[in-house]
Design a protein around this ligand. Structure first.
Ligand code: ATP
Ligand code: MG
Length: 241
């Protein structure tokens, strides 16, 4: 039995185009846990996710998926992970049904129309939109379609890059409920965001990333959510020392 953490960064350092982007970042995400990496623009959040997918190679340390170094088995890592990129990556000239069918096929999976409908129900994409091309969608509708694709992959691990960007407040609440349900079902979630409120609302733990360093960590305790004010103060550099 594999008892390793689904996700682990060990003293991860990363250089992109000669610039130090991550510097000695260490964290683990346990099975069924929601970990939010919070940080400002350019802090290194998206780069961290790309490293777990094997698209960027650490310059120091390593990242592990289910206890295996991504560098040693990138295919195993990618198979275990569904990744929601920062910019929704579906095709504008295809409908939601066509996109999901096509991208699932690329991922070596398939789903019936009914199964696709279930996923689109979970993200509350209106029925009438599903057979329309994505070029006629609002930003939030495109994001919902991309989220549905990640759900249909049914992977043990979800990496979400700014998943609620473009969603309205009701859709954000619904999305957070959905992520919590998935984690309760045993899926492991690493999401990155600059939204303090969203991170505190959904995550079991929040790590604060600043200029490529993990400078703070906050955990939900006693069934309470993480305190937004505390995290916001730390994010803004106003924490009591
Ligand atoms: N394609 C790239 N090539 C080289 N450097 C990059 C590239 N993309 C990002 N970087 C650099 O890596 C650093 C971290 O970027 P990253 O995209 O990981 O930050 P982020 O925390 O996701 O920011 P944001 O909130 O704006 O999405 C930045 O200094 C950025 O300039
Ligand atoms: Mg980013």
């Amino acid at each position: 039995m594999n008892m390793a953490s689904p996700l682990e960064a060990r003293s991860l350092s990363l250089v992109r185009e000669g610039n130090a982007v991550l510097d000695g970042v260490s964290f683990t995400v346990a099975k069924g846990e929601i970990f939010a990496l919070l940080g400002g623009n350019g802090a290194g959040k998206s780069s961290t996710l790309l490293t777990f997918l094997g698209f960027l190679e650490p310059s120091g340390g390593e990242v592990l998926v289910n206890g295996r170094s991504v560098g040693s088995d990138v295919a195993a890592a990618r198979n275990a992970i569904a990744y929601l990129p920062e910019a929704a990556s579906l095709y504008a000239h295809m409908t939601a049904y066509e996109n999901l069918d096509y991208f699932l096929d690329l991922a070596g999976k398939s789903a019936t129309k009914d199964e696709i409908d279930v996923a689109l129900d979970r993200v509350a994409l209106p029925n009438e939109a599903r057979s329309r091309r994505l070029q006629s969608y609002s930003k939030g509708m495109r994001q919902k379609s991309a989220i549905a694709l990640a759900l249909l992959r049914e992977t043990p691990i979800l990496l979400l890059d700014e998943p609620t960007s473009g969603l309205d407040p009701v859709a954000i609440d619904e999305f957070h409920d959905l992520v919590k349900t998935l984690a309760e079902g045993g899926q492991t979630v690493l999401m990155v965001t600059h939204d303090v409120y969203g991170a505190c609302q959904v995550a079991d733990r929040v790590g604060l990333l600043r200029h490529g360093k993990l400078v703070g960590s906050f955990a939900a305790e006693n069934g309470q959510r993480i305190d937004t004010e505390t995290v916001h103060a730390a994010f803004a550099g106003r924490e009591a020392t």
